[in-house]
Design a protein around this ligand. Sequence first.
Ligand SMILES: Cc1cc2nc3c(=O)[nH]c(=O)nc-3n(C[C@H](O)[C@H](O)[C@H](O)COP(=O)(O)O)c2cc1C
Length: 345
Amino acid sequence: MTYYTNLYIYYFSGTGNAYSAAKWIKENGEKEGLNVYIQTIEKLENFKLKPPEGKTLFAFTYPTHGFAAPWLMLKFLWNFPRISNSDVLFVNTQAGSKIWKFYIPGMSGLAQWISIFIFWFKGYSVKGSLPLDMPHSWISFSPPNLRLFCNQMVERCHRIVNKMCDKIFTGKRYYRYTVWTHLWFDIAVSWITPLYLFCGRFFLAKTLFPSYNCNGCKICEIHCPVGAIEIRNGMPYWKYTCESCMRCMNICPQMAIQSWVTRIMLFFYLLTVAVIQLTNWNEYFIFLIVSILFFPIYWIFIKILHIKIINILFTYTSFTKLWNRYITPGVELSDFKRRNEKNRE
Ligand SMILES: Cc1cc2nc3c(=O)[nH]c(=O)nc-3n(C[C@H](O)[C@H](O)[C@H](O)COP(=O)(O)O)c2cc1C
C-alpha cells in the first residue's frame, strides 16, 4: 500500500546522471502503481500545473554545479507553485569517483539546502534529500572515471535510489547520512555558491572551443538543453545562457570540443600578477579590469580559431585532447531532447 497517488518527476541533466536518477524513481513509482509523470524542465515554457487529485510526491533531480543546483533548476524551483496535499524529494547528482575499491564522494555544498529551504518556505513537507555520487561529468577539468568504474558507480547509485524509493513511497523520510556527515563541509564551501552563480558560470561557458576536427554537424547545437550554442561560420559559439552542463563536449561524435580552462586560468593569473607588479593600482580594481577583458579576448580567440594552424596549436596543447568523454552508461543520445522537440513525456 503506497502513501502517494501521484508521482511527478522534474529533471535537468547534462550528461545523463540526473536523467538516470529520474528514470529509476519513475520505474519504482510505476512498480508501486502510482500515476507517474516525468518531464525535463528544459522546455517548460509558461509552466502551469493543474493540481492533481490525491496525495502527490514531487521529485526533482539535477546535477550539482558550483555547489548549487544549476541556475535553470533554481529558477524552476523558485517559481514552482504551492500545491496542497503534496510532498517533495530532491536528488542532486554529484561528482563521484572510484579509485581501486574506494568510492570517493562528490561535494554538494548548498545544492540540496537551497532547494530544501525554498520548499520549506513554500510550506511543503520535504520528504527526502539524496546527494547521489554518480560518475563525474566535468570533463573540461579532469578525465572521466574508467568505464568499468562508471558502470559500478551507476549500479551502486541505482540500488541507493531503489532503497530511497522503498522508504519514501511508504510515507517515511529519507535523508541520506551524507546530508549530515558532510554538513560541515557544505557550510564551509557555501561562500563559493554565490560566486559561481553570479560570476563563475559565465566564465565557464567561455572555456570551450571547437577544434579543427569540428565538421559543423550541429549535434551540439541541436542537443544543447538551453539553446546556448550557435553555429557561426560553421563552428559552435557558446552564448552566456550556457549552463556548462558539458553535454556538448561529451556527445560530440568527433570529440571536437576541447577546453582551454587551465590555460585561461593561468593566463589571467599571470596577467593579474604582471599588472600588480607594474602598477600601484588596487588589486581588486585590477582583478575587475582583467575579468572584463576576458570577454573581448574570448571573442577574438574564437575568431582566430578559424585559422587552422592556430586551432591545431590550441587543440594539441589542450589537456582535454588527451582524454575520453562521459555519458551515463545506459543513456543514449536519443534520450536527450532536441532543440525543436517539445516536452512530451
Ligand atoms: C560546471 C560544473 C560544476 C560542477 N560542480 C560540482 C560540484 O560543485 N560538486 C560536485 O560534487 N560535482 C560537481 N560537478 C559534477 C556534476 O554535478 C556531476 O557530474 C553530475 O552527476 C552530472 O549530472 P548530469 O549528468 O545529469 O549533468 C560539476 C559539473 C559541472 C559540469
